[in-house]
Design a protein around this ligand. Sequence first.
Ligand SMILES: Cc1cc2nc3c(=O)[nH]c(=O)nc-3n(C[C@H](O)[C@H](O)[C@H](O)COP(=O)(O)OP(=O)(O)OC[C@H]3O[C@@H](n4cnc5c(N)ncnc54)[C@H](O)[C@@H]3O)c2cc1C
Length: 413
Amino acid sequence: MTAKTNIAIIGGGPASSTLAIHLCRKGYKVVIFATPERAPILVGESLVPMIVPMLQELGVEAEVAAYSVYKPGACFTYNADEAFEFRFADTPSDLPSYSYNVPRDQFNATLLKAAQQSGAVLIARNVQLQRTDKAGHIRLDDASLAAAAGCWQGAEPDLIVDAAGRANLIGRLLDIPMRKGPRQDVALFAHVDKTELVDPGYVHNDRMDQGWCWRIPLPGRVSLGFVVPQAYAGQQGESPEQQYDNLLKTDTVLQRLAPDARRVTEVLRFNNYQSISDKLCGDNWVMLGDAGGFVDPVFSSGMLLAMDSAVKLADTLIANQPLTDYEVLVKRHLNAWFEIVGYYYNGRLMRSIKAGRTMPDNVVTRFLFRWVSGHVSRIFSGAAASRPFSLNLLRFLVTDRVVAASPDAYKIK
Ligand SMILES: Cc1cc2nc3c(=O)[nH]c(=O)nc-3n(C[C@H](O)[C@H](O)[C@H](O)COP(=O)(O)OP(=O)(O)OC[C@H]3O[C@@H](n4cnc5c(N)ncnc54)[C@H](O)[C@@H]3O)c2cc1C
């Protein structure tokens, strides 16, 4: 198989930059086509611990740390008197004991700059993709090819990488179906000046009257996002701002957690996530990051999936393996998170965690608790979400055979 070394990447997000850095280090000729971000704020601010070693590998951790909020753990609140705290320092010692909450515009800029320093050529263009006469083949529009002419000695790229996020450029062009998840939620996203916080660095996840919200502390403000059923959002008003402000005023949980919060940005609305593309690669193209699939914001797995897929794609290309090897690995990872997220919404995950934390205390249960929570931490830190043993253990733990109490007490409406 001829190696693909002339690479066009569309999109300037973390998936794109991570891939570019890894390939440039091996001498690939990489062109990134990216348009400046138009949105005033970007989702993807809370990072799971396993992103930290990736930042170290990319040589950008110190820069990211300088403008981010140190994140020592997470807190999930269900009722006024029931919250579950998870400190990353309590996880097995080979896992990172912290992570970061990042202002995404700065984070993207850091990674993109590192990609350029590695040798990637950045072209500020909104690329148009086209079908060719050969079935399943695609090409860049003539103007984009002309702009990149010097980079590949006038040739066309061997591989076009769609890393343009949820725009899903190749999927739309080639009519590739997406498998949808079961939730029909809307996410409403804005920054506020302040909220209550259990810890100034935790990512907070709180069950609302319907749906749930995140609170992510950022420098000088808090990212506050609501994930609620579409019909419920519709009852709050027409515009994203009306819906957001109404929920902030009327939801009884938000009244407690963010009583004096003042919104300081516009509101962005997202729907139709929870989807995975049926195909992730073809002869001369591949989807990367959100372009291939996005699961759900609840466990902050999106940036991990995007950056980890970039590493997997780089490894596949460098080893000159078929792109279908990459596709198998990424689908396994996406499907694993799909399943894990389901256990959050149906209440089974927290039911099991509660049962584990309230077991009678003796030598045997202490040992068992440490062993089980080691595996569970590996999943949620991002180290082992798709590792069969850890995932099978989680599957077993959430069954009624292990805990008989109804999971309804922790279900998300
Ligand atoms: C509501 C919500 C909350 C989330 N919260 C979190 C979280 O807390 N933590 C987390 O880890 N993940 C979170 N995510 C997921 C996370 O934001 C994404 O998984 C991540 O941004 C994916 O990175 P990416 O590089 O694949 O795509 P993106 O970050 O979307 O980057 C794609 C880039 O491509 C550019 N582009 C688009 N079209 C073109 C074109 N034609 N030509 C050139 N450029 C183009 C875009 O402008 C953009 O800059 C959340 C997602 C949602 C929907």
